[in-house]
Design a protein around this ligand. Structure first.
Ligand SMILES: [Zn+2]
Length: 165
């Protein structure tokens, strides 16, 4: 699992479709001499597949974040254009009440991880992007994390049972 996380954190740069096949979807550590612009996003085909786009700004991904946050009665801005996923993440955590920060950290890690896994299913298994499948995977994984002891995540997820005020 550690290796997979390391791949997630690498910048998606200097990769194009033929290279994506050669590298089996992995993101190269350095730009090759023949590298050109990144390939198109697998989710929307409307922008280059950069890490901030894939994890945050893609129309497909933004829909996922918006549904997750609204389900938890959380008001979180999901930017259309962002140059840094980590900067957005930090901003969201700083803006959250102290009591929700640990749970929100876990949630953001979990959702980003599932987005990455869904992207990899599209690359390696030919799966079509599907928001319902991804949301179900997020639900299943969050249940497992709570069972494994993610108590602050569990408290945050309980917000879905509370009517918005
Ligand atoms: Zn996209």
């Amino acid at each position: 699992m550690g290796q997979r996380v390391a791949v997630l954190l690498l910048p998606v740069k200097k990769q194009f479709p033929s290279q994506r096949k050669k590298s089996k979807g992995l993101i190269p550590l350095s730009a090759s001499p023949e590298a050109q612009d990144p390939p198109a996003c697998l989710f929307c085909d409307q922008a280059q597949e950069t890490a901030p786009h894939l994890l945050l700004s893609c129309v497909f991904t933004r829909q996922i974040w918006t549904l997750v946050f609204s389900h938890l009665n959380l008001v979180v801005d999901v930017p259309v254009n962002s140059s840094s996923f980590s900067a957005w993440w930090g901003k969201v955590i700083r803006a959250a009440p102290n009591q929700w920060r640990k749970g929100l950290n876990s949630l953001i890690i979990l959702v980003a991880w599932e987005i990455w896994k869904h992207r990899n299913s599209c690359v390696f298994e030919g799966v079509l992007p599907n928001s319902q499948v991804l949301l179900q995977a997020i639900t299943n994984e969050s249940t497992l994390w709570c069972l494994a002891g993610a108590s602050k995540l569990k408290e945050l997820l309980a917000r879905s049972l509370v009517a918005p005020s």
